[in-house]
Write a protein that binds this ligand. Structure first.
Ligand code: CO8
Length: 256
């Protein structure tokens, strides 16, 4: 798995994916979005990968947004196309990915960067992280799902204020309002993300995929029905037999 703008390292069934354009604070240009889209397509069927960790190259930034220099001259049609294609090919793909995706936010997560972190299944951050949606300072609004995902994570009023003022949240504040799950020192960030990922890899991957699907359906009218259906289907799986047998036999389950 080699990409121009990503570094992918796979160890213990955990893929650490480093967005690698440090000269532009890892801003999302077309090349980087293409690489992310291709990575998730490949990772879907790669049995060596059970959990994905997304992080940014360097100590300063996770992702400082969409590449402003790239879209500065766009017209309405080009802007809509870029946003629509990006949402479909990357952001929604991340959110609906059947394997857990953790964002390890190691610095600025702004605009498209915070939108990418919010598309991930959950976020942890380093103490120096700054998170925000500053699009209105550019005469824009968030275009990669930020107006939809931020209110769900932190509430409508807080999202309104954050988007209108373009203020950045400190890591501490982000944790307080539920935008990130926990905050650790930058030197510990990847190890902590790997520790959480490692714990996940020991559980049933089939059950986890169904859990992601059901949790993502919580916004939908038929969310409860999707949970019931997924719950029922899992009774037919080997992992269910192994998990319950291991409990009865007082041992740890060995999921395939
Ligand atoms: N795009 C392109 N280049 C960037 C970006 C970016 N988003 N952010 C930083 N860079 C570049 C800088 O231009 C600079 O390059 P150079 O050295 O060639 O001048 C380099 O990265 C380092 O940046 P700074 O010198 O600015 O570093 P500072 O430490 O002084 O500041 C900041 C760091 C505060 C993060 C600052 O760089 C900044 O404000 N960046 C822009 C943040 C921003 O506004 N992000 C939102 C972008 S809009 C967006 O994401 C919309 C998403 C939806 C799009 C839908 C499709 C159209």
């Amino acid at each position: 798995m080699s990409y121009e703008n990503l570094i992918v390292e796979i160890e213990n069934r955990i893929a650490v994916v480093t967005l690698n354009r440090p000269q532009a604070l890892n801003a999302l240009n077309k090349g980087l979005l293409d690489d992310l889209s291709a990575f998730f397509d490949e990772a879907k069927t790669n049995d060596d990968i059970r959990v994905v960790i997304l992080t940014g190259a360097g100590e300063k930034s996770f992702v400082a947004g969409a590449d402003i220099k790239e879209f500065a001259s766009f017209n309405a049609e080009e802007g809509q196309q870029l946003a629509g294609k990006g949402q479909e090919r990357v952001f929604n793909k991340v959110e609906n990915f059947s394997k857990p995706v953790i964002a390890a936010v190691n610095g600025f997560a702004l605009g498209g960067g915070l939108e990418l972190a919010m598309a991930a299944h959950f976020r942890i951050a380093s103490t120096n992280a700054k998170l925000g949606l500053p699009e209105v300072t550019l005469g824009l609004i968030p275009g990669y799902g930020g107006t939809q995902r931020l209110p769900k994570l932190i509430g409508k009023g807080r999202a309104m204020q954050a988007i209108m003022t373009a203020d950045m949240f400190t890591a501490e504040k982000a944790e307080q309002i539920g935008l990130v799950n926990e905050v650790v020192e930058q030197v510990d960030l990847l190890n902590r993300a790997k520790e959480i990922a490692g714990k996940i890899t020991r559980n049933s991957s089939i059950a986890i995929a169904q859990a992601i699907n059901a949790i993502n359906a919580s916004d939908k009218e038929n969310g409860f029905a999707i949970e019931i259906e997924s719950f029922g289907n899992l009774f037919e799986e080997e992992d269910f037999k192994e998990g319950t047998t291991a409990f009865v036999e007082k041992r740890k389950p060995n999921f395939k």
